[in-house]
Design a protein around this ligand. Sequence first.
Ligand SMILES: C[S@@+](CC[C@H](N)C(=O)[O-])C[C@H]1O[C@@H](n2cnc3c(N)ncnc32)[C@H](O)[C@@H]1O
Length: 234
Amino acid sequence: MKKLIEFFKDKTVKNVLDVGTGTGDFIAILKEVFPTAHITGVDPNPDSLKEAEELYPAVSFRKMVAENLEFANNTFDVVSISMALHHLPDVQKGLQEIKRVVKSNGWIIVNELFSDNLNSAQEVHKMLHHFRSQTHRILGISHNETFKKNKIIEMIDESGINIHFQFESKREVNLIRNSKDLEFRAKKMKEMLESVKGYSEYELLKPQIDEFREKAAKFGFQPATRVVIVGKKQ
Ligand SMILES: C[S@@+](CC[C@H](N)C(=O)[O-])C[C@H]1O[C@@H](n2cnc3c(N)ncnc32)[C@H](O)[C@@H]1O
């Protein structure tokens, strides 16, 4: 995320909120971009927060949903949401809350993977992601399929956040290099499938594991491209 480092290097940023922080993957990036800022991470999943706390002892973590951020108006210099927009039951409400808690002259960073213009190896990643999101929805856990890039931009525009600049970020790696890697992913899929045993969708999902194996062996497995959007509250 060199572009973020470059953009923020001459800006005063003292406190940052990361929404949907999970186990803190985006915090590693935030620490590089804002080395002196205090970071707070929020997420509704207590297990993820526990893991994140162990990894990042200097960061404050709190259990919270994006749609109800328990902070006063105009609290943070920067608020980020990474790979979590498609998890929100109410995206607009989440974006309005993000706008409310960021300072008037503060910045909003959205990092989100998208589902269009992907290469064959990225389509394999999308397949696995959509398999997971489907099992989550069956279990009543909010998890949409990934959005198209234009849809993400449209939702941000609709929220009234002013987009200052945006760029695409892609990792050119193959995360399935051998049969061990492939079996690891297939095992994860089987675990997801077993979590919905007894639901009518079980039999429909089952063949997708072999389909995934076939495609991953043929095309590889590359993370989907992300769009990084930096916006202002006004
Ligand atoms: C794929 S993880 C993203 C983790 C991390 N931010 C990253 O960049 O990798 C999505 C996270 O969104 C969280 N989430 C789900 N519903 C949410 C909500 N309503 N508000 C905030 N976060 C939510 C999940 O618990 C999960 O930790």
